[in-house]
Design a protein around this ligand. Structure first.
Ligand SMILES: Nc1ncnc2c1ncn2[C@@H]1O[C@H](COP(=O)(O)OP(=O)(O)O)[C@@H](O)[C@H]1O
Ligand SMILES: [Mg+2]
Length: 307
């Protein structure tokens, strides 16, 4: 990534695009002793102080430490806060915020509207970096898609019928590689130029299916077939199979063992989410023989709403 790109971004992007909107504040009449839990509990280093909804100051961890080091006698926030608050407007370009961070060496700026001067957010260097990274990622994905248009791939093939097959092997009971196959499938589909919302839906379904292979089976296979008008994904394993399919499809039903749940899996929403994200969903299973899932997705021009 060259410097030019980041520079362009900080000129084009506004403070409002990267600021944190849920601002934690404190009232000017509240007690100093409340500050510790507020800062610690939210992992922040300073909060704007409000009086009747108006921004009147800022109190930071530095102010708190000073108070601790001196008298420690409890008092109102307003007695210890900084009254000259350096604010920034929500529609200021990011470059201005970055310069302000450099010239003031302050850690945060309350963000206010230009006309009413009301508090609408707070900006830290962390917000700026995170916002820039997110924007870079989005731009990169869009660029990647432009480089590999799927249309182009199929338009150059002269045949009555064509498709591209992608096959992945998934190891059972092996959490070190869990998710790799669906990640590789997702990357490939993105490079082929499929719409990002479609890729996301396919990625959700294949990730859930892959996790089920890892958790419940000895392993299996994922096969994706890309056709000009649809993507078809088949996930199969050879056991143990599902005894009660109806139950397995119920939201919240899970047979995941405790140690799997501790890793954050086993909410019983995998099959439900697969069904929701696909245009067609067929599951077949026989105890002792295995499970096969067929999910397909239409390649539409219009985005599909997942809800
Ligand atoms: N490939 C599979 N082989 C055997 N059992 C499965 C398979 N996929 C799902 N199941 C069963 O169906 C249940 C529901 O699956 P799912 O909706 O993905 O939720 P979760 O994985 O969170 O339990 C699982 O708890 C498991 O009992
Ligand atoms: Mg699951």
């Amino acid at each position: 990534m060259n410097v030019g790109k980041t520079q362009e971004m900080v000129y084009e992007m506004k403070v409002s695009a990267v600021m944190t909107r849920d601002v934690i504040t404190i009232g000017s009449k509240e007690r100093m002793s409340r500050l510790r839990s507020l800062l610690q509990g939210n992992r922040i280093s300073g909060v704007p102080v409000l009086e009747k909804g108006q921004l009147v100051g800022l109190i930071s961890i530095e102010d708190f430490i000073k108070w601790l080091a001196n008298d420690q006698e409890d008092c109102a926030i307003e007695e210890r806060m900084t009254r000259e608050v350096t604010t920034i407007y929500e529609d200021d370009p990011l470059v201005l915020a970055i310069r302000k961070f450099e010239s003031t060496s302050l850690g945060r700026f309350p963000v206010i509207t230009r006309d009413q001067k009301t508090l609408v957010g707070i900006l830290t260097k962390g917000d700026v970096i995170e916002g820039l990274l997110k924007k870079l990622e989005i731009d990169y994905q869009e660029q990647e898609a432009r480089h590999f248009p799927a249309r182009y791939l199929f338009d150059n093939i002269e045949a009555d019928d064509t498709s591209l097959q992608l096959r992945y092997n998934v190891k059972g009971q092996d959490f070190t590689q869990a998710g790799d196959s669906s990640t590789r499938l997702k990357r490939t589909l993105r490079r082929l130029g499929l719409r990002s919302d479609l890729v996301r839906r396919i990625a959700i379904a294949s990730y859930e299916a892959e996790m089920n292979l890892v958790i419940y089976t000895e392993g299996g296979r994922i096969r994706a077939e890309v056709e000009p008008a649809r993507v078809f994904v088949e996930i199969e394993d050879s056991g143990p199979g599902i005894a009660d399919l109806e139950k397995a499809l119920e939201p919240g039903y899970s047979t995941a063992p405790e140690w799997v749940r501790e890793m954050g899996f086993g909410a019983g929403m995998g099959l439900v989410n697969m069904k929701k994200s696909a245009d067609e969903f067929i599951i077949e299973s026989e105890p002792g023989r295995g499970t096969t899932l067929n999910v397909s997705f239409r390649i539409n021009e219009e985005p599909h709403e997942v809800n």
